[in-house]
Design a protein around this ligand. Structure first.
Ligand code: XIL
Length: 327
């Protein structure tokens, strides 16, 4: 008999999966049995919820919430302010020119409050701001319409609007390449600024889009230690362990090799050991999917390539990595 992953981890942290309208059906039994937290893969992003100004489309998000209520799952909200999957109208006037600061702040506030008030009590935490730190170099924030039009304080404003909309929601900053030493320090600098200014932020989301070679366990451990020193809770928000490293561009594999699976098992084993060590600060570990039959890594970043990044195979059966993680 296969034990339930989330039940095994009940004393440590939530176990989550990203879902979409297709996997909510095709992976239904797997989700019910093994995960006690759900994140919408795309359905709560700006372009999904407010494709046109004032036109809110909640159907897919509502369906996820209904599923979560029926099966008693927690829901993480993802995401309110991001440079991707945000419609152009948000930043532009009718004539195509960029809006001014006050207009964009007003639009941000309307979006955040409309969405968060609708799901008050149903969504216990939100990725309020996603991926604003520049990957390389000394520049702190990436270039985006948000910074260009509002200025650097758009981050403070987003958290303040979010806190006003739902004072009970835990508010997160979420980013990727979070274990890269340079980017980690920049994320820490940005968040320390928020904390020092009294901005309502309660957690850091570490996306954890990793592969079977990198980042090194040592870098992951150091990053977790650094984030933990902020005194906020940590969520692993989008974990997947790709079987390809960054240079591997092969497209001919129809199944993972034994060596890949072996490495993946070792990686999952040591990563979950690490998470357990820090389970006083790590309160949730979410995978960016449920099982290997669907992952956004199919076709990305290499087209025509499949990937097998999870603990369950394409038939929703446990892989050797699953057995290690629950051992
Ligand atoms: C991805 C989805 O998985 C894809 O379906 C979509 O096409 C692009 O976005 N960081 C994030 C997530 O915060 O929202 C992204 O999700 C993956 C990277």
């Amino acid at each position: 008999d296969v034990p339930s992953l989330y039940e095994v981890y009940q004393q440590h942290f939530h176990i989550g999966a990203a879902v979409n309208p297709v996997t909510l059906k095709s992976q239904k039994e797997l989700l019910i049995k093994h995960f006690n937290s759900l994140t919408a893969e795309n359905e709560m992003k700006f372009e999904s919820l407010q494709p046109e100004e004032g036109v809110f489309t909640f159907d897919n998000a509502d369906n996820l919430i209904a599923f979560a209520k029926q099966h008693e799952k927690n829901v993480r909200g993802h995401t309110l302010v991001w440079h991707n999957q945000t419609p152009d109208w948000v930043f532009t006037n009718k004539d195509g020119s960029l809006v001014d600061r006050d207009t964009l702040l007003e639009r941000m506030k309307t979006h955040i409050s409309t969405v968060m008030e609708r799901y008050k009590g149903d969504i216990y935490c939100w990725d309020v701001v996603n991926e604003v730190i520049a990957d390389k170099g000394q520049q702190l924030l990436r270039d985006s319409k948000w910074t260009e039009i509002i200025g650097e304080d758009f981050i403070d404003k987003a958290f303040e609007f979010a806190h006003n909309a739902d004072p009970n929601a835990a508010l997160f900053y979420n980013d990727y390449n979070e274990s890269d030493p340079l980017k980690c320090e920049k994320i820490i600098t940005m968040i320390k600024g928020l904390v020092d200014r009294g901005v309502p932020i309660h957690g850091v989301g570490l996306q954890a889009h990793w592969n079977i070679y990198s980042p090194t366990l040592d870098n992951i451990r150091k990053a977790i230690e650094r984030y933990a020193s902020l005194g906020l809770q940590l969520h692993i928000t989008e974990m997947d362990v790709s079987v390809f490293d960054h240079e591997d561009k092969r497209t001919d594999l129809i199944a993972p090799t034994e060596e890949m699976l072996q490495r993946q098992t070792e990686r999952y084993d040591s990563m979950f050991q690490l998470f357990r060590e820090y389970s006083d600060v790590i309160t949730s570990v979410t995978f960016w999917g449920g099982a290997d039959d669907y992952t956004w890594l199919n076709d990305f970043p290499v087209r025509g390539r499949k990937n097998w990044p999870f603990l369950f195979n394409e038939n929703h059966q446990p892989k050797s990595s699953f057995w290690k993680v629950i051992d």
